[in-house]
Design a protein around this ligand. Structure first.
Ligand SMILES: Nc1ncnc2c1ncn2[C@@H]1O[C@H](COP(=O)(O)OP(=O)(O)OP(=O)(O)O)[C@@H](O)[C@H]1O
Ligand SMILES: [Mg+2]
Length: 406
């Protein structure tokens, strides 16, 4: 008997597997397993567009990578482009194609060699995409592989629709702040320096967000705009559902004093005030401050309250600056590299304090870091690249500070 070609094999194997699937997760796994095996792919993933958030989210993956929960802004990354344009993409060798924007998976030790990404269409609507990849040591996909993939995606979408399978995405927390298409430009001689190029980001109530990205990609600029220490060139900001793009001076001052707490790499303490006085000073200008001694106790500094900054270690000074941020009772704490100047053990202790604040208080923490290990503690990891959000990953099981090693 003649050996069936890949197209016939895919049709037969996927139809028979999918027809038995009772839920969407099983259906997606079957599709990915069959198609990866046929095309000798090392990994595969299915991404679905979440209509309420506009984010493209990985809902199923097989292979060496853990992509579950990673999201793209629609239109960003190969996956985002495929869904918006509704056109398939075949990248034979990533190294030879300039259009390939680099790996988002480098932190998981996977370098893509060849990539196929095809839209998943239900009726006339594109609901997501299917992607397959080979690694640096693997093979190169062909036009025929692309056709098999497109055929598989069409078949999968059709059967899923026929069976009425639906996907339940995790519920979202209430949104505190939303950045929409935020840009930031600086004049640079004759030219303009584009620092932020359309940031879209929601900040949820009581979550721990870690922001990663190369030096100069705009992390501090974004944090300063969130904290109203700087203003955006264009775009809008919503604060708990209301427009906060051009607040008056009084609203701004109130927002900075009560809503936001800042923690920096340098502690910025007043040298002529004691630890307690540094915190007291901020409490006095806040609208709804916490008890100063309670803030000192939360960071474990009760017995050093009377010391001046010069009498405290780096870690202790950073604790004072955290107490100074939390004494305001802020909704959002912005921490820009808070552990960068500290040794491993002291850094870990500071992270433990921050972790306790997120878990026991009604506070959101956004932390910028260069240390990818710290990202394992976060509920969400936001990566910036060239002034844009390049990916968002949800950690199903965030680690505790004491479990981190660097
Ligand atoms: N006030 C300013 N005027 C002109 N350019 C600026 C200004 N502030 C920042 N930039 C530029 O904007 C870009 C982004 O800076 P930003 O400080 O946000 O980067 P970052 O991601 O925080 O980097 P790092 O990890 O090194 O702290 C840089 O190229 C920087 O030189
Ligand atoms: Mg910075």
């Amino acid at each position: 008997m003649k050996k069936p070609d890949n197209m016939t094999a895919a049709t037969w194997m996927i139809s028979s597997a999918l027809l038995e699937a009772e839920d969407l997760e099983t259906a997606f796994t079957h599709t990915l397993e069959v198609i990866s095996k046929l095309l000798r792919a090392e990994g595969g993933a299915i991404w679905i567009l979440n209509k309420s958030t506009g984010l493209l989210q990985c809902v199923m993956c097989i292979g060496p990578l853990d992509l579950m929960g990673i999201t793209f802004e629609n239109g960003i990354g190969t996956e985002g482009q495929v869904v918006t344009s509704e056109n398939s993409v075949l990248i034979r060798e990533t190294e030879k194609e300039e259009a390939f924007e680099g790996d988002i998976f480098d932190d998981q030790g996977f370098k893509t060699k060849s990539l196929i990404c095809v839209p998943l269409k239900a009726l006339d609507e594109t609901v997501g995409c299917l992607c397959l990849a080979t690694s640096r040591e693997g093979g190169i996909f062909t036009e025929e592989d692309l056709k098999v993939c497109e055929h598989t995606a069409a078949l999968t979408a059709m059967i899923i629709e026929e069976k009425g399978l639906t996907l339940t995405l995790p519920p979202e927390k209430p949104v505190l702040m939303e950045l929409k298409d935020i840009t930031k430009e600086y004049p640079s001689g004759e030219d303009v320096l584009h620092v932020l190029n359309g940031i879209n980001l929601k900040i949820f109530k009581n979550e721990f967000v870690v922001v990663l990205g190369e030096s100069g990609c705009g992390k501090s600029t974004m944090m300063n705009i969130i904290g109203a220490m700087d203003y955006a060139t264009s775009g809008t900001i919503q604060l708990e559902g209301s427009n906060f793009s051009a607040p008056d001076e009084k609203t701004l001052t109130e927002f900075r004093r009560s809503y936001i707490g800042f923690i920096f790499q340098s502690y910025n303490l007043m040298p002529n005030l004691t630890a307690r006085e540094n915190i007291q000073f901020i409490a006095e200008i806040s609208k709804n401050p916490r008890d100063v001694d309670e803030a000192l106790a939360l960071v474990g500094l009760t017995d050093r309250a009377g010391n001046f900054p010069s009498q405290l270690s780096g870690g202790q000074q950073q604790r004072v600056s955290i107490a100074r941020a939390i004494v305001k009772n802020p909704r959002i704490i912005l921490a820009d590299e808070p552990t960068a100047a500290l040794d491993f053990k002291t850094g870990q202790e500071i992270l433990k304090v921050i972790e306790d604040i997120v878990h026991s208080e009604d506070t959101t923490v956004l932390m910028v870091t260069h240390n990818a290990e710290i990202a394992k503690m976060a509920d969400r990891v936001v990566k910036l690249r060239s002034g844009k959000v390049s990916s968002i990953k949800y950690n199903a099981h965030p680690l505790h500070a004491e479990e981190l090693v660097w």
